[in-house]
Design a protein around this ligand. Structure first.
Ligand SMILES: [Zn+2]
Ligand SMILES: [Zn+2]
Length: 112
């Protein structure tokens, strides 16, 4: 004979299963949107980066922009740093080490 308690337990399990399933489906749906949005943003940022670099390279080739030495230590083996990718020709010239240092600082500032 099945006790009332057992019936209640089964009922609860069934309802709970549905509840969990619904929650999980909802979460997945929300998450897909988040992942999609993240990918979109990343792609946009990445395109901006590549585009800014391309524009800068073209400007250097045409002599519009002159490559400068590292603004910190004066090393002539410098790289262009873009403080703002929407301004591709506004760059700071830094050597590999100081460029790396700057990015570490920027990352720290962003996560702080
Ligand atoms: Zn330097
Ligand atoms: Zn940089």
């Amino acid at each position: 004979m099945i006790s009332k308690k057992l019936i209640a337990q089964r009922k609860w399990k069934k309802e709970n299963k549905e509840h969990v399933y619904k929650e999980r489906t909802k979460w997945n749906k929300d998450n897909i949107e988040k992942v999609r949005e993240y990918k979109r943003k990343w792609q946009k940022n990445n395109n901006e980066k590549v585009e800014a670099q391309n524009l800068l390279n073209t400007a250097i080739m045409k002599g519009i922009i002159v490559k400068e030495a590292c603004s910190v230590c004066g090393d002539i083996k410098s790289q262009a740093h873009h403080p703002d990718y929407s301004k591709p020709l506004e760059v700071i010239w830094l050597c590999q080490q100081h460029h790396k240092d700057l990015h570490v600082k920027l990352k720290e500032a962003a996560t702080a």
